[in-house]
Design a protein around this ligand. Sequence first.
Ligand code: SAM
Length: 255
Amino acid sequence: MTPYYDHAGIVIYHCDCREILPHLPKVDCVITDPPYGVNLGNHLGAKDMRTGHVLRKGAYSVYEDTPENMAGMVIPAVSSALSRAKRGAVFCAGQYIGDFPRPDAVGGVFLPAACGRNKWGFASLAHCLLYGSAPNLHLGSKATALESTETAEVNGHPCPKPYGWMAWAVGLSSLEGETILDPFMGSGTTLVAAKNLGRKAIGIEICREYCDIAIRRLEQEVLPFGEGNQFQERQGDSQLSMFSTTQEVFNFDAA
Ligand SMILES: C[S@@+](CC[C@H](N)C(=O)[O-])C[C@H]1O[C@@H](n2cnc3c(N)ncnc32)[C@H](O)[C@@H]1O
């Protein structure tokens, strides 16, 4: 399959990731933020559990974020991607942890301001399932959780991840020069972080519009040396800038 974009070690495929995953070469690490299975979009009834109000008007252009599609597509595709890598860092909504392949550790991002509600109250953790082992453990342990109040940029995608989260995941789970695979690329935050931190990357996205957003972001100037590395060096210190994420309105209870 011909890449949609291929420049300076960053490759993007515009397709259903299930079509191409079996044909990709082995990679060092999968870092991905797949759909959450939370009925993203008011057409499907994403509601505040307490008030019943529709919380979010955004929706993916192509994909329907249903629990059925989690089971039938997302989980098998993540498993397939992980089978092609030495390591993985996979963000997921808490209620689906048991449906993903069993991780070797669970890390994630702690959001003091919360990122939604679930049946227990405010959801203050964005879980990140960790597979394999840290690439540089011999140099000392790093924190497997990040505290963050960073907001994601508004870029035309309904739920981009904050840049610092993906830079943290890249720094935690890969080494400079390695190749990262994101089969659910969205607007390309993983790829932008990979590029800024000196990694190669392959992104796959089913929606052409989001591929174009990712390319626009990649074509923007690279961060000055060292700026993105703060997430590698400072993952134990945490306190980043203050706010809430674009996921703050998600209802993490997919019922
Ligand atoms: C949670 S979003 C990723 C957001 C991304 N981390 C960012 O910062 O922009 C998940 C993405 O997976 C895409 N997607 C859904 N099914 C897919 C499939 N079968 N193959 C490739 N991409 C898919 C959706 O279109 C959506 O953009």
